[in-house]
Design a protein around this ligand. Structure first.
Ligand code: GDP
Ligand code: MG
Length: 266
């Protein structure tokens, strides 16, 4: 808790002031995260400021949604949950969450995993970068070296070279193109045609960044340390990797045939 405090200390004053005027929502998609979800919710709510949380659970058989609903009494009006009947994928879970956030006029909207791979204290670092003027802030594993802890070497190499490949195909100057730890200003989500976002897994993360970049939004990468989950199991599969491999090429070709209308004048 002490190191958490030291990390957020420099941001404390601005965060407390900004939280009086801004509304922030952390969207967390879950599928079988009973080992992590309660501790994560408590940790986020222990941060300074007034972050709200929206869980999008896909009918987790392990009862994740039940645990979340149990916390809605102590955290009334800060903790929300959307439930879908079955495992429909990360991408559509986020799209549902984004629409929910836009309807309720949240100013800052985060994407975050449920498994503590993303350090909750970094939420404040990402938000601060948004407050300093960025439209989309990415928590980046590859901005300064390779900051991944506890992943097998094969998975690190696959993820790193996937990012290199995406940079090469798309031309985006982003090091961590598949990162799922982000903070959006609402206007970015409003400008993206969410119903046209097609992909579900890692490719969803790429497509959101690519679209924001094509629309001319200001994107910033902040180095973070990503630590593999110590509880529960990964839900990512080979199919999701293939979607990214071929999907990026298709996405690039589509963008040439159907150019994006800039939301931002540069
Ligand atoms: N709602 C929902 N959440 C999902 C789905 N697949 C994965 N998740 C969540 O997405 C986050 C990232 O998944 P994870 O298994 O940790 O992927 P990895 O870190 O790439 O191995 C976690 O919070 C998962 O619970 C899904 O189909 N639906
Ligand atoms: Mg994970």
């Amino acid at each position: 808790m002490n190191s958490l405090y030291n990390k957020i200390k420099p941001y404390l004053r601005t965060i407390l002031i900004d939280h009086l005027v801004n509304k922030s929502l952390v969207i967390i998609p879950t599928y079988n995260e009973k080992e992590n979800i309660e501790r994560l919710i408590h940790t986020i709510f222990s941060l300074p400021g007034h972050l709200n949380i929206l869980i999008v659970d896909d009918g987790s058989p392990d009862g994740t949604a039940f645990l979340v609903k149990g916390l809605q009494t102590p955290y009334a009006d800060r903790l929300f949950i959307l439930e879908r009947a079955g495992k429909l994928g990360l991408g559509t879970a986020y799209i549902l969450g984004f629409k929910w956030a836009i309807e309720r006029q949240y100013d800052f909207v985060f994407e975050m995993d449920a498994d503590f791979s993303h350090n909750p204290a970094d939420l404040l670092v990402l938000q601060q970068a948004c407050m300093n003027g960025a439209d989309l802030v990415i928590g980046s594993r590859y901005k300064s070296g390779v900051n991944v802890v506890n992943w097998p070497m094969g998975r690190v190499l696959m993820s790193y070279f996937a990012s290199v490949y995406v940079r090469w195909v798309t031309g985006m100057k982003i090091y961590d193109t598949t990162s799922g730890f982000k903070c959006y200003r609402r206007k970015v989500l409003e400008a993206i045609e969410l119903d046209n976002i097609r992909f579900k897994g890692y490719a969803f993360q790429i497509e959101m960044k690519f679209t924001a970049w094509k629309l001319g939004f200001r994107i910033e990468e902040i180095p973070i340390i990503f630590t593999d989950r110590s509880e529960g199991t990964s839900k990512m599969s080979g199919g999701i990797f293939n979607e990214a491999l071929w999907g990026v090429l298709r996405m690039k070709i589509r963008s040439i045939l159907r150019p994006y209308k800039k939301a931002v004048q540069v």
